[in-house]
Design a protein around this ligand. Sequence first.
Ligand code: CMP
Length: 467
Amino acid sequence: MANSSTTKLALPFLLTGCLGLIYWVLGRFVADRVDPLILDYLLTAFLVLLGIAVVRLISHGLFAFAFRKRKGREAPELLRLVVSIVGYALLFVIVYRGWLGRDLSTILATSAVVTVILGLALQDTLSNFFAGVSLHFEQPYYSGDAIRMGALFGKVVSVSWRTTTLRTNDNSIVIVPNNQIASEALEVFPLNNLNRRVLRFPAPLDTPPQEVIDDVRDAVQGVANVAKARTPAVRVHDYAESRTTFEVLYWTRDYLWTQDIDAQILRRVWYVLARSGRQIPVPLRHVFWERGRPGRGEATGDDYDQLIASVGILEPLSQEERAAVVGSLVCHLYAPGERIIRRGDPGDSMFVLRRGRAEVAVDIDGGGVRRVAELGSGDFFGEMALLTGEPRTADVSALDEVEILEIRKPAIRRLLEENEALAEAFTDKIAERQAELAELAEAGEDAEQPLERSTILRRIKRFFWLD
Ligand code: CMP
């Protein structure tokens, strides 16, 4: 870019210098042998080139320095063009009339006729041109902004003197004539502005609103491209015959992502409702009674029993104890990216992963988010807060669609009371995980020393009144 503008500036000066030199050499040494008319033409060409060089120099000084310094951005291409055209027109008048001494009136008379003919022929082009001029001066949008005009929605790629080019969500390019943009109502979503978006979803009428509001707000917060600067809001929009309509208000800095964000939020809403045993209400007209294969998430008692038997830490359990655990399990589904456990929250359950992968991560002061572990089917988590009564030590989020089985505190209490070895096994695991966490946090300010094994065991016993 810088190279091309340097060439544009240097070339006319170079040519002017060459012509000046030729003119000087001819005039000085061989003037008597050269036709004076040729010298005249040479001088005219020299002056024209000098004029072009000066116009370019002025335009460069004006836009590359003065405009950029004052406005902090590049000058619009069209403004440069208009200034250059005016400069060249002046140059033409000076050379034609001042230097060559010709009369401009004949040219003006001819050009008036030409102008009328051209004006009629180029009506549309000219109206686009002037619309482009007004867009350049008003600058209602910049490259990168999203705009909506009627059914058309896309991101501004460039604005020329005749058209504005948009890239749509389907990654196609739409070229809109400027006069169309200037004459229609336009909605602009500036890039990096906190643009608000409202998304509605239905829930069954018997859903307690506050429950949905809290859970969905939490679920929306982690969605990619939702601005972190404003907390999303969830509220009731209305109650209708068979449903409550909620609306999510979220903010995003790049409005082009809203289709994507909406889809992710709606997906998470399904999981939030499913976890509380509810379904998205739809108007039902037909009832199909079908006997088919069990669905992907459906499980039998045997499945759960096998899974719990495969969890290493629960090995000390007898068959009856394991059956009691299986009987108490509560299954939950999470969408990819959803947070299951938040660091610092209280917790009175632990979970066994039945399907999918989950990530354990901590946000270290000054060190960003660090992944601690990736868990898969048969792994468990949430035991640290459950057994010691301390807040959750890490965030745990779903990486895929995840199905987890919850073991609640009363079930664990019964097991601990009956099975001494279980507390020992949990103590070992907690000590091991605490050591890993402490190692990761070493660099951060919130680094905590891992507890001694005996201290952990004492805490578990005290917390569950086992002494
Ligand atoms: P809890 O503290 O209740 O909640 C966060 C959970 O992340 C924690 O219990 C453990 O189950 C899990 N966790 C913490 N550290 C590790 C680790 N180093 N490896 C695997 N899981 C961990």
